[in-house]
Design a protein around this ligand. Structure first.
Ligand code: NDP
Length: 434
């Protein structure tokens, strides 16, 4: 704890995983003897660097950049880059730690990492974002590579930012190493479905979980927090499968539309115009806007899909959701539910799909992008979407099987941690003390 003081999010993520592993460690005492757990919680490498850039007024600005290369036992480091003012070492470490198990769950050969900066892209011009991304990559390029470490997007990093970073990497290296970043544009090595993958994958996972319990998404009322990449495509897929999303949010407030959210309108506001979700009610007069994003969890709904950020559902929000009859929660964001909130859902019989299993579709599709880059080929939308669906179904099956095998039937939190851990632990065991 002392070694990682003042990093509460990292402690929270580690606590949840370690509590899940008790039964595995009893069955495999050699993992303790080999120091697998002690090694797992210590990143293989952490890089912190200065990112200087010039804003539109000609003033020099300085941000802090991070890359935490957590674990490479099963493949090259892989994990997104987050640009948000709240970013500091504890956030990047919690995300990188989670990524180890998530990437293992995909069944694909990718290790765990995460990166980012406290740069706030909100309100910045395209030129400012480009200059920042170029400066960020001017340091990052020496630590990454298609066989070493492959970053992608996350909060505040989408296609625009990946494009600027890829351009700078290529310019410095004088090599077209397409597989060095994922989430690229379709004209220069991106994969179809990558934009939709995390949101679609979340809903495929939810559908699999509901079907296993004799339920279905059709006719369900759904709350989706956030209005970014994950939230938009989760909403689109829920509506394609017959559910009705009635609420979305951003960090300022939430919208409620009893008729069902018009996804096309949200895409226009957030993806094209880069404006606030409050704009929605100007176009859809039947909808309501409420300041304060936490209020979204007070709306009655059958299913909650938190797709914004960490710790957005605390115990009070969980109690309200349960009281209002919520039957299932699917975590699109990383660690959106506090430990106390998760406990309440599990104790009250709410079907709970934890982030590292439910939102793994994004990184899985990134690994499919790497695969296409290595082959110098592109698959069709249907080919990638079919693979994504199969991967999400397998993650559900493996997670629920692991939960049952270790005496925690229906607890997918424990199941995901165990299923993700065992593969990494076996690889670490085989590779010796590194
Ligand atoms: P985006 O930047 O596209 O969207 C983030 C959304 O969440 C925005 O609506 C944003 O609102 C809101 N948000 C961010 N921070 C906060 C906050 N502190 N309080 C309230 N709302 C907030 O990011 P993504 O959709 O890519 O990511 C969302 C979540 O999903 C993150 O937890 C991310 O780690 C996770 N994730 C993303 C993957 C991906 O493929 N993109 C893959 C797996 C997980 P505002 O505009 O007001 O900031």
């Amino acid at each position: 704890v002392n070694r990682n003081a003042h990093e509460p999010e990292f402690h929270q993520a580690v606590q949840e995983v370690l509590e899940s592993l008790v039964a595995v460690l009893e069955k495999h005492p050699e993992y303790m003897e080999l120091g697998i757990v002690e090694r797992l919680v210590e990143p293989e490498r952490q890089i912190i660097f200065r990112v200087p850039w010039v804003d539109d007024t000609g003033r020099v600005q300085v941000n802090r950049g991070f890359r935490v290369q957590f674990n490479s036992a099963i493949g090259p480091y892989k994990g997104g880059i987050r640009f948000h003012p709240s970013v500091y070492a504890g956030i990047i470490k919690f995300l990188g730690f989670e990524q180890i198990f998530k990437n293992s769950l995909t069944g694909l050969p990718i290790g765990g990492a995460k990166g980012g900066s406290d740069f706030d892209p909100k309100g910045k011009s395209d030129g400012e974002v480009m200059r920042f991304c170029q400066s960020f990559m001017t340091e990052l390029y020496r630590h990454i590579g298609q066989d070493a470490d492959v970053p992608a997007g996350d909060i505040g990093v989408g296609g625009r930012e990946i494009g600027f970073m890829f351009g700078q990497f290529k310019r410095i290296k004088n090599a077209y190493e397409a597989g060095v970043l994922t989430g690229k544009g379709l004209t220069y090595g991106g994969s179809l479905v990558r934009t939709q993958a995390t949101g679609y994958g979340l809903v495929y996972f939810m559908d699999e979980m509901l079907t296993a319990k004799g339920m279905s998404l059709a006719g369900k009322t759904v709350l989706v927090s956030g209005s970014g990449n994950v939230a938009i495509y989760a909403t689109e897929k829920v509506q394609q499968l017959g559910g009705k999303v009635v609420a979305m949010s951003d960090s300022n407030g939430y919208i409620y539309d009893a008729n069902g959210i018009e996804v096309a309108a949200v895409k226009q506001i957030k993806e094209v115009e880069r404006r606030r979700i409050s704009e929605y009610v100007k176009q859809q007069p039947s909808a309501e806007y409420h300041p304060g994003c936490e209020g979204i969890w007070s709306i009655p709904g059958d299913i909650a899909l938190p797709c914004a950020t960490q710790n957005e559902i605390d115990d009070n929000a969980a109690k309200t959701l349960i009281k209002n009859g919520c039957q299932a929660v699917g975590e699109g964001a990383n660690m959106p539910t506090t430990l106390a909130g998760t406990k309440l859902f599990l104790e009250n019989g709410v079907l709970f799909a934890p982030a590292k299993a439910a939102n793994a579709g994004g990184v899985a599709t990134s690994a499919l992008e790497m695969c296409q880059n290595s082959m110098r080929l592109s698959w069709t939308f249907e080919e990638v979407d079919t693979k994504l669906k199969t991967i999400m179904a397998n993650i559900y099956q493996n997670t629920s099987k692991a939960a049952e095998e270790y005496g925690h039937k229906n607890n997918l939190v424990v199941g995901a941690n165990i299923a993700g851990f065992v593969k990494v632990a076996e690889a670490m065991k085989a590779q010796g003390l590194v």
